[in-house]
Design a protein around this ligand. Structure first.
Ligand code: BGP
Length: 476
């Protein structure tokens, strides 16, 4: 075991992320400005940790000036958040904007820039307006796809001259997977065909917005943020490899291929047809997807997915689910984040980085989220009351190390964004697991305090280097 000094490449982005619905709170919103996440919380608040939801969140709407200063203090050179579509647009049908929200986002973006931080903006981090979810069935509807394009046009028009990094979606697969595939989220409807229709319509919406961005001739980059579930088979046996192939097809390539290669994998199409889950599409839509791939990709990478061949036969009487082809594999002795229940395996970043190089034309990309959620962080406060989150420093060091190693080996990665800049509301878990470089103290009026990791992050940014104890063999 040795201490290794690692240098950040020139122009490497070292930032942090958040989203609108998880930070802003409802100040300035009315019943008409609810989004899907707000609606879910309102439907079953008792299921959210301690009954807390997006109502106040981190109260960023009222404290963005202080927060923008803190971004600088923890050394971010970039910050990613989203625009809350449900707040920004007043009339979802016509695309008319809410002037108060325009003012807010203008001031917020200006304040971020004033502090020397590069803003990155995502158009949908689950903030689909509740009205569109209820009236049209959300992303199941092509009408919603077109209304999203109208919204994007307004966002580009208002902020396109000051924001250089845009993303269409954050984790476009997530909501429908929880709602329609696994039925573990409100409104708990199992419907695999609907799941696939949402996937397709989001691929289409992404392509249409990319097309618009190009047509408007905006400076800067547009991409999407995906959460590929970096998949490892239990063994090198054919049956396990097949399980991993199918898992990857349904959960990763379903977005990566159309967005980066302009085309769905043929195996996916064949399998969907076989199970009567093929989505509605037109040739024109496939053309739009083909001609409007993204050139900049964000990846949210938290933990590996390990799968094995099924040991029991799939019950063909229940609706089709990709789990027909795999079971999850629990690796004995794996390193865990016990709070979130996620395995810690930093090499996922390297592995996906090399895959992008080899299979996806070495697209330009960033780690758009990586981070560690920890419960009861107050127990780690020192006498002065500062959270001593050494575990987070170790987590970041190791994940950053593997990011840089991927670059060394030729992957076109441009940066690392931590989840999260500050503690914020998680879906259903609310403030249970804390992710921030900055503490948000719920017992004390949501006051902010930089954690030890925040001071450390700033040092890394200033020195453009850090030291870590590396056990490379652990990940061979
Ligand atoms: C990602 C989301 C974030 C964030 C993060 C942490 O999937 O893009 O919004 O929530 O996961 O996960 P969680 O909040 O569920 O602990």
């Amino acid at each position: 075991m040795a201490l290794k000094k690692v240098n950040l490449p020139e122009n490497f982005i070292l930032g942090a992320a958040a989203s609108a619905w998880q930070t802003e709170g409802w100040t300035g919103k009315t019943e008409k400005n609810m989004n899907y996440m707000d609606g879910w919380y309102k439907a079953v608040p008792e299921l959210w940790h301690d009954g807390i939801g997006p109502t106040v969140a981190a109260d960023l709407y009222n404290r963005y000036k202080e927060d923008a200063r803190l971004m600088k203090e923890v050394g971010l050179n970039a910050f990613r958040t989203s625009i809350d579509w449900s707040r920004f647009i007043k009339d979802y049908e016509t695309g008319e904007v809410n002037e108060e929200a325009v003012q807010f986002y203008n001031d917020y973006i200006d304040e971020i820039k004033k502090n020397g931080v590069e803003p990155m903006i995502c158009l949908e981090h689950y903030e689909l307006p509740l009205y569109l979810f209820e009236k049209y069935g959300g992303w199941g509807s092509k009408k919603v796809v077109d209304l999203f394009v109208k919204y994007a046009e307004q966002a580009f028009k208002h902020f396109g001259h000051k924001v250089k990094y845009w993303f269409t979606f954050n984790e476009p697969i997530v909501v429908q997977t929880r709602v329609y595939l696994d039925a573990i989220r409100w409104p708990y409807e199992q419907n695999t065909a609907k799941w696939m229709q949402w996937n397709h319509n989001k691929n289409l919406a992404n392509a249409k917005v990319v097309k618009l961005f190009k047509e408007l001739g905006l400076e800067g980059k547009i991409g999407a943020i995906l959460n590929p579930e970096v998949t490892y088979p239990r063994s090198s046996a054919e049956h396990d490899k097949k399980a991993a192939y199918m898992y990857d097809l349904y959960f990763n390539r379903v977005f990566m291929d159309p967005m980066l290669k302009g085309k769905y994998p043929q195996d996916l199409i064949n399998d969907l047809k076989k199970h009567n889950c093929m989505f509605d599409y037109t040739e024109e839509e496939l053309e739009i997807i083909k001609n409007n791939t993204i050139e900049f990709l964000g990846l949210n990478l938290y933990y590996p997915h390990r799968v094995k061949a099924r040991s029991t036969a799939w019950n063909e009487e229940i609706p089709f689910h990709p789990a027909r082809y795999y079971e999850l594999f629990d690796l004995p002795g794996k390193k865990m984040n016990p709070f979130r229940g996620w395995e810690i395996y930093p090499k996922i970043i390297y592995d996906i980085g090399i895959r992008l190089k080899e299979e996806y034309n070495n697209v330009e990309w960033i780690v758009a989220e990586s981070g560690m959620g920890v419960q009861n962080e107050a127990q780690y406060k020192n006498e002065d009351g500062q959270i001593q989150d050494d575990y987070r420093i170790e987590y970041i060091s190791q994940h950053l190390y593997w990011t840089l190693k991927a670059i060394e080996d030729g992957s076109n990665c441009k940066g690392y964004m931590l989840w999260a800049f500050m503690d914020n509301v998680s879906p259903q878990n609310a403030f249970k697991n804390r992710y921030g470089l900055v503490e948000v103290n719920l017992e004390d009026n949501r006051n902010r305090r930089i954690k030890k990791s925040g001071n450390w992050y700033k040092e890394v940014q200033e020195n453009r280097s850090f030291e870590l104890e590396i056990f490379e063999n652990e990940y061979k």
